[in-house]
Write a protein that binds this ligand. Structure first.
Ligand code: ARG
Length: 492
């Protein structure tokens, strides 16, 4: 798409009737959204094609003009796609740019397109159509990350690492279980986007500027043409709320927060201190001064860009919070942030799956760490409980064993039978569970790290992923079919 921002000329605006002076040069600059809302061009044309079809069907404008408008809009779309469309700052926004070009192409009939419509309901529609596509695209991207995590989990059903609380070794867990935790988070992220989709996919057209329009429009027909699931039920609300954008940014903020935690773990795990994982050369960078360095920049950027996305959410919440009904120009500020958030998240969803797939884990190092720091203390207490001791008493007793070991620089497996017996006769009689595998296998509770449970969880996750992918693809095709019907000029 060509982006030459021609300087304003004194020529009149499409809304210029009541004005006697040209707009100030710097006001043009401040007022215009064309420098960023040109991204909505495709959706603007789709919306106009549906609107004009409805206007003719309802007898609001002559069929012959509707046909000319439809052809003109399709020509403009071609120009946009070939990068031949010239954007001008004085046209303000994408809506006026398209209408100006339509007038150049087909003459006065172009003036009928904006019947029973305002830029206020028009821009709300465009952004809803854009968000609908964005949700599907990001949903598919999340699906790729889930798939990579599930593949990793599958390869690491027998890799044990320390589970942490407070970043202190706590209890051993399977690496597969750890990855499945992120899968569970990402499924909720998908679920949130899917719910948002239902709320986004409604048509605001017919709301007009704010109060509804004076023509016998068929709002549902427009929604049907656009494969939307219904209409926005209140005209004031339809043009003035951007809660769907805020929700979208909220969903992306949570998604990024999840990915940021994963990134943070990769940063920690790839450090010399942990030494659990090596990041592939294609997903790491070097230092300009220290020849030995291999830095986890990708993971760091995922962590940092989370702040950027959350910033856009905060920005738009702040823009919205004091606005009286209905449309206010402040709403124009909804776009740059949401476009940037989408671009940022899209890029990360592209980079992350192959980065995950090429990680090299050091299973022996992880297993060693998992066994250290008395990470089996809870299992020892549970062992005593199974012999009849109340848990609090067992907790206290094992605490004393740990203190003894620390004072004598010993670990549990190094204690002699006599030492065990000195703490409690029960410990002399039965062998306590002392390997990480004992600990992992003991946790066959639903949702736990027991290998049987983890296998089941991975199977269920794979089935769920397949379902999500089907939903996304079916929806993508339903929308694509409606859009190509509109673009080809075929009727419903
Ligand atoms: N560029 C505007 C926006 O993004 C379009 C709507 C303008 N409406 C108006 N009444 N000035 O919000």
């Amino acid at each position: 798409m060509s982006r030459s921002w021609n300087l304003p000329s004194p020529s009149s605006k499409l809304w210029g009737g009541r004005f006697s002076k040209a707009t100030d040069r710097w006001v043009e600059e401040l007022n215009a959204s064309i420098t960023f809302d040109h991204r909505l061009a495709y959706y603007d044309i789709l919306g106009s094609l549906a609107h004009v079809r409805m206007l003719a069907r309802q007898g609001i404008i002559p069929e012959i003009d509707a046909v000319a408008i439809g052809e003109g809009l399709r020509t403009i779309l071609g120009e946009l796609q070939r990068g031949e469309f010239t954007f001008r700052l004085e046209d303000e926004d994408i809506h006026l740019s398209v209408e100006r070009r339509l007038r150049e192409l087909i003459g006065p009939a172009a003036g009928r397109l904006h019947t029973a419509r305002s830029r206020n309901d028009q821009v709300a529609l465009d952004l809803r159509l854009w968000t609908r596509d964005a949700v599907i695209a990001l949903g598919q991207g999340i699906g790729e990350v889930v798939r990579a995590l599930l593949d990793l989990a599958d390869q690491h059903r027998e890799t044990v690492l320390p589970g942490y609380t407070h970043l202190q070794r706590a209890q051993p867990v399977l690496l597969a279980h750890h990855f499945h935790a992120y899968v569970a988070m990402l499924f909720r992220d998908l679920e949130r986007l899917r719910e948002l989709y239902r709320r986004v996919n409604r048509s605001p057209l017919g709301a007009g500027a704010l109060a509804g329009v004076t023509y016998p429009v068929d709002r549902q027909y427009v929604a049907d043409l656009l494969a939307m699931d219904g209409i926005c039920e209140n005209s004031l609300d339809a043009v003035s709320d951007r809660d769907f954008v805020i929700e979208f940014l909220g969903d992306l903020s949570l998604l990024m927060t999840h990915l940021s935690r994963l990134a943070e773990e990769l940063i920690l795990w790839s450090s010399g201190e942990f030494g659990f994982v090596e990041i592939d050369d294609a997903y790491a960078t070097g230092s300009s001064i220290m020849p030995q360095k291999k830095n986890p920049d990708v993971a760091e950027l995922i962590r940092a860009k989370t702040g950027r996305v959350v910033g856009h959410l905060t920005g738009l919440l702040t823009v919205l919070k004091g606005l009286p009904l209905a449309y206010n120009k402040d709403l124009q500020e909804d776009k740059e942030g949401v476009f940037d958030a989408f671009d940022t998240v899209s890029l990360i969803l592209r980079v992350l799956p192959p980065m995950l797939r090429t990680l090299r884990f050091r299973a022996s190092r992880m297993a060693e760490a998992a066994a250290g720091s008395f990470s089996l203390a809870t299992d020892l207490a549970d062992h005593l409980v199974r012999q009849g001791m109340p848990f609090r008493e067992a907790h206290e007793l094992v605490g004393r064993v740990v203190a003894y070991c620390e004072a004598n620089t010993k670990d549990f497996p190094e204690l002699t039978a006599a030492e065990w017996a000195s703490f409690h006769p029960l410990l002399a009689e039965t062998r306590p569970p002392l390997t990480v595998w004992d600990a992992v296998r003991a946790r066959e509770v639903p949702g736990g790290t027991g290998p049987g449970q983890v296998s089941q969880a991975l199977e269920q996750a794979a089935a769920r992923l397949a379902e999500e992918i089907v939903w996304l693809e079916v929806e993508r095709q339903r929308v694509a079919t409606a859009e190509s019907r509109l673009l080809s000029g075929a009727s419903l």
